[in-house]
Every structure is written in C-alpha cells, then in structure tokens.
Design a protein. Structure first.
Lengths: 317, 442
C-alpha cells in the first residue's frame, strides 16, 4: 500500500532530522542532570537552527523555564518528556489530521482541491503524489493543469497524471487558468469523478496581480460548483525560513488556505517552520513530502510526527 | 515588520543617545535587537552569533565624537561589516581562452536552476556570445521540455539527448558546441539533495568530465537555516565559483546570502528577480545588507548625517559653543543643514546634540520654518549680538517673519539660556551641556 511505504520513508527521512536535531537534544539531555542556562542556550540554538524562528523558540523556552520552576523537572527523562510535550503543544494549534485523511470526507462530489504556493515549492509533484494516493484509495481523479504560465508545466503534470493513472484536463500554454479550472471541474462532474486537483502556477505572495489571478481561479471554482474548492493546500518547501509565515498569511488572505503540505523533508532542512506556523497561525499541516517518487507523500499526523522525531534517540520515551 | 524593527532599534537608540562612547553596557541591548533582526532575516544562528561578536569587538571603545549616537554608530559598523562579508559586486563569468567556456549550474530542487540557465544564456547572448544550453536533467518530469521551451523563447539552441544519462549528455554537448561554433556551454542539471550520495556523485562526475570554467550554485533566497549545510556540502563536492540567489523579487529578507558567504568564500554573482528571462541582476552587497537589516533608510540617514556633520565642523562648533561665540547665525546654519537632510522627524535623532530636545517637546518642520524666518528677518548685527534686539526691533522682526513678538521673545530667551548654560561647562562636559539645552519651539 502506497501510504504505508511512504510512512516508512517518512521515518527514514525524519531520522536524519532526528539525528541532527534531536540527537543533539539527546546528548544535551544526557549530559545534564538539571536545567541550567547552558542547556537553555543549547536548546535555543537547536530550535532556531531548525527554523522554528526566534519568537516561537523564545515562547517554547519560556514555557519550559516556567514549568521547570513550577514542576521541578530535573532528570533527563523528565526533561525529554517536557520538551516533547512543549513541542506537541505548539503543534497542537494546527489541529490533527484524522488518520487516513486520504479518505474523502462525507459530502458532495467531486471533492475539489486547489493547490497553491510560491515558485518551485513542489506543487506539481505533490499533485502527482496526491492523485496517485487518491486513486490507490479507490477514487476516480481528474487533475487540472491551471499553471498555463511556466514553461512545460503542462507536460510535467501530464507525466505525473500518467504515472498516477488519472485523467488530466489542460489547455494550451498561455490559456486562461480560470478556464482550465472550470473545464476540469466540469469534466469531473460529467464523468462523476470524485476528486479534482487543480495545479496552479507558482507565484510569490507579494505579486498583487498574480494573487488576484489566484483569487479569480478560486471564484471560478466556487461558481462552477458551489462549495468548491473543498480544500486549498498551500505547498511549503521545508527548507524555507521565516518567509513561510508571510506565505501562509498572504495566501490565506487571498484564497483561504485550509491546509499545508511540507515538501522536501527528505533533506536536512528540519521543517521547524511548522512549529512557527502552528504558533502564529491556525493552519493545519496535512501532508508531508519525503522524496521525488510518486509514493513519497505522507499524511501529516502530529503525534506520529513528534514520536518519529524522538524515535531512536537516546531520549527516553 | 519593517516598521516595527526600525522602531525597536529607535527605542534602543533613544536610551543610548547622549552617551559619548560605545561601551559594553550601551552596546548590549542594541546588539540583542540586531541579533533578533538577523535571525528573523534567516541568517544562520551560528553565523549571526559570530557576526555580532565581531561587531562588538570593533565597536567597543569607539569615540562617538562626530557620529550621532552610539547606537547609530553601531548600526553603521554592522552595516559596513555586513557589506564587507557579503563581498564585492562581481557579475562576471570566467571565460576560456579556447572556447567553449563551460558553465555548470547546480543546486537543490526547485531553486531556479533551469530558469537561471536560460537567463544567463540570454545575458551572455546580449553581450555577444553564442551560448548553448544543455538539458542534463534527465529526472524531473518534463525538465528537458522546460529548457527547450525557454531556449526557443530566446532563440538559443538547446542540446538534448533523450536516450543518454546526464554525464554523457554534458560531455557530448561540449563536442557539439565545438562543431557548431557555440562559445559558451551552460549545463542545467537536475535538482538534488546534498545528502543524496548517488546524485552528488553524478554531478561530481559531470564536473570531472567537462572541467567547467565556472560552477554556479543556485539558491532560493527564501531558504532558512539549512542554507549553510547545503552550500557547504555542495562546495565540498564541487568547489563552486559563484552563488546565484533567486526569487529576490519577493519579501524574503535574504539572510541566506550572509550565511552562505560565511561558510564558503565565493562571491554571490547574480540575483534572480522574477520569472521572466530578463529578470537577472548583478549582486549588490549593500542592497542585500540593507535588506537583511530591514532598515536601508536608517543606514542612509546615518551616512547623510555623517557627511553633513563632519568632524571638522563638529569641532569648530564645539569650540564656538565653549567660548560662547555661538550666535544666532550659527544656529541658522545648523537649521539649514538639518533641513538638507530631509523631514525633521527622521533627522532629529541624528544631529549631534539633538538630545537637547526634550522628549516631550514636539518639534515639527513648521516650527523650524518659523525659527528660520525669525532669524532671517534679523540683521547681521542682531544675529551676532542678540542682546541689542530691543522692543521695536522685535516688532520689526515679527512683522518681517510673519510671526509674533511673543514668539521672538521666546526664541531669544531660550537662546540666551542656551548660551548661559554653555558657559558653565568645560569642554569635557559638552554633551551634558547640550543635553540640558532647550530647543526653541517657536
Ligand atoms: N527531494 C524532494 N524533492 C521534491 C519534493 N517535492 C518536490 N520536489 C522537487 O522539487 C522540484 C520542484 O517541484 P515542482 O513540483 O515542479 O514544484 P512547483 O511548486 O510545481 O513549481 P512551479 O510550478 O515552478 O512553481 C522538482 O525537482 C521536484 O522533483 C520532495 O518532497 N522531496
Ligand atoms: N519569482 C521568481 N521566480 C523564479 C525565479 N527564478 C526561478 N523562478 C521560478 O521558480 C520555479 C522553479 O524554477 P526552475 O528554474 O524550474 O527551478 P529548478 O532549480 O530548475 O528546479 P528543478 O530542476 O526541479 O530542481 C519556477 O516557477 C520559476 O519560474 C526568480 O528569480 N523569481
Ligand atoms: Mg508546478
Ligand atoms: Mg530544473
């Protein structure tokens, strides 16, 4: 089963993250029996170096300091527990994706997913993976190639559609992306397809005209099928720094983002930005990209995510 | 965000204002804020730390004679250090004496390599070269088609071989270039993670087989803390000659530039500022430094202020003040200099002795204009010897300047107090004397 394999890969991917990030925590924890300024400074370094952001890191550290003062955590085991707890608490703000979120929620069909994000984040690849996973789960899927701007965006999505075994709706390069989105939903409705996934061109959130274009695509979807889009996924590259906060803010303002996809977590980027986003905004992380293969997508599960981060380290569980 | 950072630093400066020397104590708070600014701009944690330490070492003990406040002196030092670290502006590509010149483009997935390859080809073509683009990404779906389309848009040939592997494509493309009289070969490679050993070996093999004259590492400007790891790993493997920073047309602060420069000693050569094929610019370290600090305006103002109030002038002024030869004429001259620098609100904090203005007194540009008008309506003698300005002269000046006698009275009274106070202080206490002074508020 694709999802199961992907889960294993996620763990492999995360173990790299873990080795570097939480391996360090483990060392730190085991070499200290109590919390001192030195520990907190090291913890700060670990979190900031993971792109958690100075503000969120400060919040986490303050909470830990406060709790240590109140609850008197002293042993490394206790400290580990406290750390995990704090990280989970920050992540909690995202709200947990239900296990097996690729099962579509009850409701009218087709279920329309719009995928947005800055340039090169991994939208088209994620759509290929998503389409594959939905199809594997037994749904009929249509993808809409509404990136009519970037060179060979059509061709790229076409290859992914073929790999995933799903239908693609496209128009010529330079066509109106709204029209493609319209066609894709219409086609899905005619064929009684259950899922439509709309690819959009990468755009920086600062470009007003391009953000307007995105809003228009959303409006077209709403008009073609009341209630659509049912999901608006913002794709974030895990190596992105603090700018991701601006991305979430502006894309949400424009097209009401409902969830995030964190890609390229198979590198050494820690993905700590998820903590910062959870801290500052209420957007849940829904999927994680852990490679360039079609099965390299995983449903984001907060508890599993935190567990996977700690798994195999010297930190007691 | 931009505003609040400037404001934050301003608040710190305010406390420092009037202190004559940069000390450990007065620098700490400023540097703490600056550290936060750097981290928010995605400068790597360790890089930021080292950088701050370097600035501190340079700043402590510096006299703040001619510069404005210790805080602003520190900012100036930070800015200068940052520009220095970022290196020079050098949008040059090494060329080969025996064509073709081979340029290898590498980097992480989605960083902008293919787009940059096309932009560079376009840039070189405009300079008279005959470039050849090489599609050596055999992995990403439609990567070859993407480069072909870009080449077509530019009227630049693209070397394609859909049967071969990346190393062979790259190698063969050089023969092709020779035979077809293309003087520059730009090899676009697949995006790869630095931890992907097989892929890193592939790009190393391409390097070995093609002996590039120039290897460029392409990085997304939005990259966070991990930039140091990837840049270092790619550099260890490829020993690249230059860095290309893409997607700077957004609002990312670009701290990755500083991080990368701190770990690899290669210049940043180009920046990408859009998706269009002409959106390529040479790298300007000063602009990125301002961007990272999020306060280009402050830096400019500090510099302006320094120009205006050079050391000589400051010393002269101090001399005059001490001998209480400071006349209304000098005062007027000061006002002119202040006005040259822009809106009062921005400038006020930068003038030496601006601390004479109590925080609760609102001084706006209009008040300045009125004071100026009053002084301008005085004769030369009156300006040099305000004591001679009697009642009738006051009425004349008021009419001439469109102000009131009361305002003239206030100006003269405050000016007299200023002089009196100055007399009380010796040279060493100058700053204190200035702090006690009241700025006539019209
Ligand atoms: N290692 C790794 N690479 C990924 C992942 N997701 C996407 N990529 C790669 O990232 C690059 C960009 O992916 P795309 O899917 O084209 O990104 P996009 O957001 O559609 O890009 P634009 O449409 O140009 O804005 C490709 O080389 C993908 O193979 C991931 O999870 N891990
Ligand atoms: N706004 C903006 N977008 C850019 C810039 N440079 C590249 N892009 C966009 O970023 C996305 C990725 O660019 P590519 O050139 O395909 O990136 P790549 O590194 O070749 O990607 P892979 O081959 O998949 O690793 C595309 O949507 C480009 O249009 C830039 O300077 N500004
Ligand atoms: Mg795409
Ligand atoms: Mg490419």
């Amino acid at each position: 089963m694709a999802l199961f394999d992907a889960w294993k890969k996620l763990k492999d991917g995360l173990s790299k993250t873990r080795d570097s990030l939480f391996g360090k925590v483990a060392q730190l924890v085991n070499s200290k029996s109590s919390i001192d300024a030195d520990f907190l400074e090291k913890l700060e370094e670990i979190l900031i170096s993971a792109d958690v952001g100075a503000g969120t890191t400060q919040t986490i550290i303050e909470s830990i300091k406060k709790r240590v003062k109140q609850e008197g955590y002293e042993s490394s085991g206790e400290l580990t527990h406290l750390l995990k707890d704090e990280l989970a608490r920050v992540l909690q703000a995202t709200g947990d994706a239900a296990p097996g979120a690729l099962l579509l929620p009850e409701g009218p069909r087709p279920f329309v997913v719009m995928v947005v994000g800055v340039n090169g984040a991994g939208k088209t690849t994620t759509i290929g993976k998503l389409a594959y996973n939905y199809r594997e789960a037994g749904y009929s899927v249509v993808v809409g190639a509404a990136d009519t701007f970037r060179a060979a965006a059509n061709e790229q999505l076409e290859i992914w559609a073929k790999r995933a075994g799903v239908e693609i709706i496209q128009q010529a390069h330079g066509a109106d992306p709204g029209a493609v989105a319209f066609d894709a939903v219409s086609s899905a409705m005619a064929k009684k397809a259950e899922v439509v996934i709309i690819d959009t061109a990468g755009r920086l959130h600062t470009k007003t005209n391009l953000m307007e274009e995105l809003k228009k695509i959303r409006r077209v979807l709403e008009k073609r099928l009341p209630g659509a889009p049912h999901e608006v996924l913002l794709v974030l590259d895990a190596s992105t720094g603090q700018n991701a906060l601006q991305q979430v803010k502006h894309f949400t303002e424009a097209v009401q983002v409902t969830g995030l996809v964190l890609t390229k977590l198979d590198g050494t980027a820690k993905g700590g930005i998820v903590l910062a986003i959870s801290h500052d905004m209420q957007t849940p992380v829904k999927f994680v990209g852990v490679g360039e293969q079609i099965d390299d997508l995983q449903v984001f599960d907060r508890a599993a995510f935190v567990d996977a981060l700690f798994e195999g380290t010297e930190i007691a569980t | 965000m931009f505003e609040s950072l400037s404001q934050k630093l301003e608040a710190v400066f305010k406390k420092l204002r009037g202190e004559g020397k940069v000390t450990e104590a007065n620098i700490t708070e400023t540097l703490r804020e600056v550290r936060r600014v750097l981290l928010d701009a995605d400068v790597n944690y360790k890089v930021a730390k080292d950088f701050i330490e370097k600035v501190q070492a340079r700043a402590v003990g510096q006299e703040v004679l001619n510069s404005i406040t210790p805080g602003q002196l520190i900012i100036k030092i930070i800015y200068d250090e940052m520009v220095k670290l970022l290196g020079e502006s050098k949008a040059e590509i090494r060329t080969s004496n025996t064509p073709p010149t081979v340029i290898l483009v590498a980097g992480l997935q989605g960083s902008g390599k293919t787009t940059f390859s096309a932009k560079l080809a376009n840039f070189l073509k405009k300079k008279g070269s005959n470039p050849l683009l090489v599609a050596a990404d055999v992995y990403r779906p439609a990567a070859i088609d993407q480069l072909m389309m870009l080449g077509k848009q530019l009227g630049i040939p693209v070397y394609v071989d859909r049967e071969a592997g990346a190393v062979k494509i790259a190698t063969d493309s050089i023969d092709f270039a020779r035979k077809n009289i293309r003087d520059t070969v730009i090899i676009d490679t697949a995006g790869r993670l630095h931890v992907d050993e097989a892929m890193m070996q592939e790009v190393a093999a391409i390097k070995e087989k093609t002996s590039p004259h120039e290897i460029l590492f392409v990085v997304d400007a939005m990259t966070g803390q991990d930039a140091v790891n990837t840049a270092k790993a790619f550099h260890d493997r490829l020993n690249f000659d230059g860095v290309v920073l893409t997607k700077l047309d957004g609002d990312s602060r670009g701290g990755a530039a500083l991080s990368i420069r701190a770990v690899v000693q290669t210049p940043i050569k180009f920046i990408g500022v859009g998706e269009k094929l002409d959106a390529l610019e040479p790298f300007h370290p000063d602009r990125i430094a301002s961007r990272i600090l999020g306060m280009g305006d402050i830096v400019t103002l500090v510099e302006k202020a320094q120009e205006q109030f050079d050391q000589v002038k400051a010393v002269k002024l101090e001399e005059k003040l001490r001998k209480s030869q400071f006349t209304l004429e000098d005062f007027l001259e000061q006002l002119h200099e202040v006005k040259k620098m822009g809106p009062l609100s921005q400038v006020l904090s930068m003038i030496p002795g601006a601390n004479r203005i109590p925080n609760d007194v609102q001084v706006d540009d209009r008040a300045l204009v009125r004071i100026e008008a009053m002084i301008q309506s005085m004769t030369k003698e009156e300006r040099a010897r305000p004591s001679m300005i009697n009642g009738s002269r006051r009425r004349r000046i008021a009419v001439g300047s469109g102000t009131s006698v009361q305002e003239i009275n206030r100006l003269l009274k405050q000016f007299e107090e200023m002089q009196k106070m100055m007399r009380r202080f010796s040279k060493g206490n100058m700053k204190k004397a200035m702090r006690g002074m009241r700025f006539p508020t019209g």
